[in-house]
Design a protein around this ligand. Structure first.
Ligand code: VNL
Length: 195
């Protein structure tokens, strides 16, 4: 269900074709809420049926047309409603921690490799999010630039700061995962090397 709100968030900037939306999604919201095109396109059609968007045929090249999606008043209201409704939290469902609980069943080398992969994954993500923060802070984020262009100057600061805040939270979480992975490697070494 969150996907539709991620799409509505992007469409509050301007109307877009499904293709443009998917590209912009990839360079912004996907860092927070990943979804493949195979989910985005059907969701756009459902949102249109639900009256949150209208699809308009626009010229594309000399003799072709494309569907451009525009957020409706109902779409804006739905987004606002969602933003003002507290989330329901779901309890843990994390395969990494599930496996960590039974590492005594894994070969030490496999356990080490899996910890290394965990560290590598979170380092990659952390670095990407740090890049996003730098872009947002330096005013070089194309996506934020587009939003600010249609946002009153008095709201630029809050519009920007909440995006930075988001990535800072993800970075802090990634740092914790990296530290935990390193602790796991130490633990495996101390428990499995017969020392
Ligand atoms: C936006 C701009 C969103 C930059 C972002 O990530 C971002 C936006 C959630 O204006 O929607 O990195």
């Amino acid at each position: 269900m969150s996907l539709r709100y991620a799409l509505l968030a992007l469409l509050t900037v301007e109307p877009m074709t499904g293709y443009d939306l998917s590209k912009r999604f990839e360079s912004s919201v996907a860092y927070v809420w990943h979804a493949p095109d195979s989910q985005i396109y059907p969701e756009l059609r459902r949102m249109e049926k639900d009256g949150l968007l209208i699809g308009e045929e626009v010229p594309w090249g000399p003799n072709s047309k494309k569907t451009q999606y525009r957020i409706t008043e109902a779409g804006i209201a739905a987004f606002r409603e969602w933003m003002n409704t507290p989330l329901e939290y779901s309890r843990e469902r994390d395969p990494v921690h599930l496996k960590a609980a039974y590492l005594e069943w894994a070969e030490p080398d496999s356990a080490r490799a899996q910890m290394e992969a965990h560290i590598a994954y979170h380092m990659l993500r952390r670095n990407q999010w740090e890049g996003m923060v730098q872009e947002l802070r330096s005013g070089t984020s194309v996506m934020l630039g587009r939003r600010l262009a249609v946002t009153p100057a008095a709201e630029h600061r809050r519009t920007t700061e909440y995006k930075i805040f988001t990535y800072e939270g993800l970075i802090a979480r990634a740092e914790t995962e990296i530290a935990w992975g390193r602790r796991g490697l130490e633990l495996i070494d101390s428990l499995e090397d017969g020392s």
